[in-house]
Design a protein around this ligand. Structure first.
Ligand code: SUG
Length: 449
């Protein structure tokens, strides 16, 4: 039963395409890779091609794969809202001169990490039997909070059929209601075939409770509860668990840096959650005995090694041959101890029967691994057929996207390039063409002007 989906829904992985302004700006406090690589020269073309190679390989193995487009960057409207005036080249130039960090935030291609785009509930889990989406407000980080309006438009354009889909507004954007989307949500399947929804939060906004000392806890319990409520999830099948604040302080800024679950399998580090043993027992109870767990101990892989390699920021995909495929970042094989652990894991006959790794280094240097790059959307055949956009990846679309990336993306991008008005023009030309390839309506501010 491991990995089976309920009520005919099959998970489609929607991967974000890294955008033309992919760069390293050190914007995300508590994300160790992003901080370490600040101001390094980035390679946007490689970033997009690396993401596409993962999608292509998984689609070729028969896993349903789709894409989500990048956002318009630099976000000139956001710069104007912060007081930069004049024509667009002037806005970019004065922002670069007077507030380079603000320009970098408004130029970030962070929307590629679509595990933070939204929380998704399968139609089998919701009261009205529609698939529900809540776009994440990402209120903790300015450069990511900019994503919510465009994400909402993109999701509404793709999941447009109101009989099948509900795309809510993002939750009100304030630190008390900080919502980081599916990176902190796991859908599991109980023995009776029904959904169990696991929400992991970093802190309570109201009332007492442990909090990290160094780094922000981005997701609040109150936000997770609001998402569960508006999606109409059954409280008896919904669980809220707190991240260990010490893990956040060690660089675990989202739960998906330290745990991944799929179907009836949970793969996590023992230091992921506050009172983890109790949380896992509670989860096992809700899955009615069907839960398989692989809890990695500190003496097998340290928390620091897990953060450095992104071992848990992996995808778990059911295999036709039985068991699960673990899709991990190449960093896991470059790390001797973690690589040995993976060999032991597969040899042990555990539910993970195979490991494949991908070179996603451009994204990884900003703290985004395989699991960050995808949003899982469980869809029945009927729901899938209701989607008109050309977002499902087959070889024709993959070839079109590859040619599009090679046509439009720069090879290199450094901090000084973000103010180049030509970059803005290039990005808009690329995105305009992409909306045609994907058969999407006008979703970007520049297309509405
Ligand atoms: O929000 N990095 C992203 C990485 C998100 C990873 N997603 C998941 N774990 N699901 C973040 O921290 C860095 C951008 C910069 O510094 O240039 C950044 O935003």
């Amino acid at each position: 039963m491991t990995g089976s989906a309920p009520a005919g829904a099959v998970t489609v992985n929607f991967d974000g395409i890294p955008g033309p302004t992919h760069n390293y700006a050190g914007l995300a406090r508590g994300n160790l890779a992003a901080t370490r690589n600040a101001t390094r020269v980035a390679h946007p073309r490689d970033a997009a091609l690396q993401g596409l190679a993962k999608m292509r390989a998984l689609a070729a193995r028969g896993y349903p794969q789709a894409v989500l487009p990048p956002h318009e960057r630099p976000a000139v409207a956001a710069l104007r809202a912060l007081g930069f005036a004049g024509d667009e080249p002037t806005v970019l130039r004065t922002a670069a001169r007077d507030a380079p960090s603000i320009l970098a935030a408004c130029a970030s291609a962070a929307a590629m990490w679509v595990a933070n785009a939204a929380t998704v509930s399968a139609s089998s889990a919701t009261a009205d039997r529609r698939v529900h989406f809540t776009p994440a407000n990402l209120a903790t980080q300015f450069h990511r909070a900019l994503e919510a309006p465009t994400t909402t438009r993109i999701l509404r354009a793709i999941f447009a059929d109101p009989a099948r889909f509900t795309v809510h507004d993002p939750l009100p954007a304030s630190p008390q209601i900080g919502d980081e989307g599916a990176a902190n949500h796991t859908r599991l399947v109980a023995a009776d075939g029904g959904d169990i929804d696991l929400f992991v939060y970093g802190r309570r906004a109201y009332g007492a409770g442990p909090v990290p000392q160094r780094f922000p806890a981005r997701q609040t319990l109150e936000a997770a509860q609001a998402v569960a409520r508006r999606h109409g999830l059954d409280p008896r099948r919904t669980l809220f668990v707190q991240q260990d604040p010490a893990a956040i302080d060690a660089g675990v800024f989202h739960n998906d840096v330290i745990a991944v679950g799929e179907g009836q399998l949970l793969f996590c580090h023992e230091r992921a959650w506050v009172d983890g043993a109790r949380a896992i027992a509670d989860l096992a109870h809700r899955l009615q005995g069907a839960l398989a767990t692989i809890v990695v101990r500190e003496n097998e892989v340290t928390l620091a090694d897990a953060v450095a390699t992104y071992l848990f920021n992996s995808q778990l995909l059911p295999r036709a041959a039985g068991g699960m495929l673990l899709v991990a970042p190449a960093e896991c094989r470059a790390h001797v101890r973690v690589s040995r652990y993976l060999d032991r894991l597969v040899a042990s006959g555990a539910p993970i029967g195979e490991v494949v790794t991908f070179d996603l280094r451009q994204s990884m240097r900003n703290g985004g691994g395989p699991a960050c790059l995808r949003l899982r959307v469980p869809l029945t055949d009927i729901e899938r057929a209701a989607i008109r956009a050309n977002v499902f990846l087959d070889e024709t679309l993959a070839a079109a996207l590859e040619a599009w990336i090679r046509r439009h993306y720069r090879e290199r991008l450094g901090p000084a390039d973000l103010a180049d008005p030509a970059l803005l023009d290039e990005s808009r030309r690329a995105l305009d063409e992409l909306t045609q390839i994907l058969r999407l309506p006008a979703i970007y501010p520049f297309q509405q002007a």
